[in-house]
Design a protein around this ligand. Structure first.
Ligand code: GAR
Length: 190
């Protein structure tokens, strides 16, 4: 199974995938890692691992549509079986979703459909829920919507800050992402 991983930030979920491939736990080929901006730790991790790494810089395009078309073409050039949004903080167009229909996987730090968006951890804390978690799902054209593949709960402790809670969620999230990819590798989407 060939995957392209898209990142925007620190890329710790990407690192978990890289490590699992290296250790033999995960039998997938990381065809490339792509980012929407320069200079992120995720891009650095990818380069350090010797992976094909590209940036389609959101700010270098006059319109969102042009950025989206460039991203779609670049990702498609790797002919991936699965595209992983691993902390990729951009909404992609319905055209992107069509191009990778049923192949665009997203991971999110909340129990969807609760608390979608860029601040899933903060929003869960602000609401006052006592249990949150993470979700791995097939992404459709909405914001963190689409068929759920796997979820796991994480308890919010009274002393939690957004950072401590997000880090505990990420520990679970990294494992869930690797497990999900391992299960998919057995029968990649057509
Ligand atoms: C992850 O927790 C991921 O679920 C979240 O960004 C973080 C990226 O961490 N994504 C979203 O919030 C998408 N709505 P990482 O860069 O360390 O892998």
């Amino acid at each position: 199974m060939r995957i392209v991983v898209l990142v925007s930030g620190t890329g710790s979920n990407l690192q978990a995938v890289i490590d699992a491939v290296k250790s033999g736990e995960l039998d997938v080929e990381i065809a490339a890692v792509g980012a929407d901006r320069e200079g992120t730790y995720g891009v650095e991790r990818s380069s350090e691992a010797g992976l094909d790494t590209f940036v389609v810089n959101f700010n270098s395009f006059p319109t969102r549509d042009e950025w989206d078309a460039a991203l779609t073409a670049k990702v498609a050039s790797y002919a991936p079986d699965v595209v992983v949004s691993s902390g990729f903080m951009r909404i992609v167009s319905p055209d992107f979703i069509d191009a990778f229909d049923g192949k665009y996987l997203n991971t999110h730090p909340a129990l969807l459909p609760a608390f979608p968006g860029a601040h899933g951890v903060r929003d869960a804390m602000a609401y006052g829920v006592k249990v949150t978690g993470c979700t791995v799902h097939w992404a459709d054209a909405g914001v963190d919507t689409g068929p759920i593949i796997a979820q796991e709960a994480v308890t919010i402790e009274p002393a939690d800050s957004e950072e401590t809670l997000h880090e505990r969620i990420k520990v679970v999230e990294r494992r869930l992402l690797v497990q999900t990819l391992a299960a998919l590798a057995a029968t990649p989407p057509k």
